[in-house]
Design a protein. Structure first.
Length: 384
């Protein structure tokens, strides 16, 4: 459900994207406003009036979230923190950062900017409603709703559950007073995870009382928060442990290679069935790396042509996307591995193949490093 994104528009250079899940929430918000909230608080209006109010309320809600996230982004931009954009998803928005803030002060200012914007917006909508004494009930209703929802948004985001804004404020405070970003993230994300479990438990409680719709919402938000808090901690941990560690320290030397003269049938019989790798480096007798042959390209070749072709004909030149130098930073190698979508990277030096590195090698290195420091992996089940 998460992950499908549509770019809506650009503002101040930030891309505003819409997660597919937001379409569901937009419909739900409009619907619940039009059939329940507005008819209950402003009885006696026509059905179409309630629907127009519902649509206006949902659009205002959507715009309020954009303003909230934009304020996070503007502060981040001010401190030269790279922003990837803003994605609106199931319970609000996420300003996507390309890195961690440099210090606790920046983290604090960035985190607090969103809730402050929501509080200001909330008060503005309430003031507009109070000042316009001659508003029709339709307009007053929508303004009242927007005033209320912005304050709810601020309150929810201020809960000290990382990665919610309040959790970031908590992390900034711990980071400031204890001086350890990793430790601060660990504590803040444990709070986030705990709050997620609490929401899920409340969902189960509502289910027992025959309220499945509320139960599903609480359960989903709780599950999302729990996952997000663990993932954020993992990212900080990865960056903390892998930055500055060259690939040389954990690369696997003596990789399996094939010669360009080898018939394709031999490649299949002696290599593909035995190793099941995605890519095989092609190395000449003079120990020169000439390219890579992908198992997928071999599969595309009809069986009866296996004897007539040689590996060298199927090989593709190695590119910057699948090679690294032994001095490449482990964190950089990991993001390259993620972009490559699995498989391995070739570690090369002046056209010679030194070793290969797979995601598993990075993870094993990380696990070994953490063990040496007397710590454990945060999410063993996600590692396969
Ligand atoms: Zn926020």
């Amino acid at each position: 459900m998460f992950g499908r994104r549509v770019t809506l528009f650009k503002i101040f250079g930030f891309e505003i994207r819409l997660d597919a899940s937001w379409i569901i929430i937009a419909i739900l918000v409009t619907w619940s406003l039009a059939v329940a909230v507005f008819p209950n608080t402003y009885p006696g209006l026509s059905r179409s009036a309630y629907w127009w109010m519902g649509i206006a309320g949902a659009l205002g809600f959507f715009g309020s979230i954009v303003v909230h996230e934009l304020c996070h982004s503007l502060v981040a931009n001010h401190y030269k923190l790279p922003m990837k954009g803003i994605t609106l998803f199931i319970f609000g928005g996420v300003a996507e950062m390309g890195g961690e803030p440099q210090n606790p002060k920046v983290e604090f200012l960035m985190a607090i900017a969103g809730p402050v914007a929501s509080i200001v917006l909330g008060l503005l909508f309430h003031a507009m409603r109070a000042l316009g004494a001659s508003w029709s009930p339709e307009v007053a209703g929508v303004l009242g709703y927007l005033g209320w929802i912005n304050l709810v948004l601020a309150a929810f985001n201020l809960i000290p559950a990382f990665p919610l804004d309040g959790g970031r404020v908590l992390r900034a405070a711990l980071w400031h007073f204890k001086g350890d970003l990793l430790q601060a993230t660990s504590t803040a994300s444990r709070m986030g995870s705990g709050f997620g479990i609490l929401l899920m438990a409340f969902g189960v409680y509502r289910l027992l009382f025959g309220d499945p719709i509320t139960a599903i919402w609480y359960f989903m938000i709780g599950m999302f928060l729990r996952g997000a808090s663990q993932m954020s901690y993992e990212q900080v941990l990865l960056r903390n442990e892998l930055t500055g560690e060259p690939v040389r320290r954990f690369m696997r030397p003596h990789p399996v290679t094939v010669s360009p003269e080898m018939p394709v049938r031999q490649l299949v019989d002696e290599y593909l069935y035995r190793y099941d790798y995605k890519v095989y480096p092609v190395v000449t007798a003079a120990d020169e790396l000439v390219g890579c042959v992908a198992a997928e390209d071999v599969r595309k070749l009809p069986k009866d042509e296996w004897d007539r072709h040689r590996v060298g004909e199927l090989a593709k030149p190695c590119s910057a996307t699948n090679t690294v130098s032994p001095d490449t930073d482990a964190m950089q190698a990991l993001s390259k591995l993620q972009q490559a979508g699995g498989g391995s990277l070739l570690v090369t030096e002046r056209n010679h193949l030194l070793a290969v590195v797979s995601p598993r090698d990075v993870i094993n290195f990380l696990a070994a490093k953490l063990r040496m420091e007397g710590r454990s992996m945060p999410l063993p089940q996600a590692r396969g």
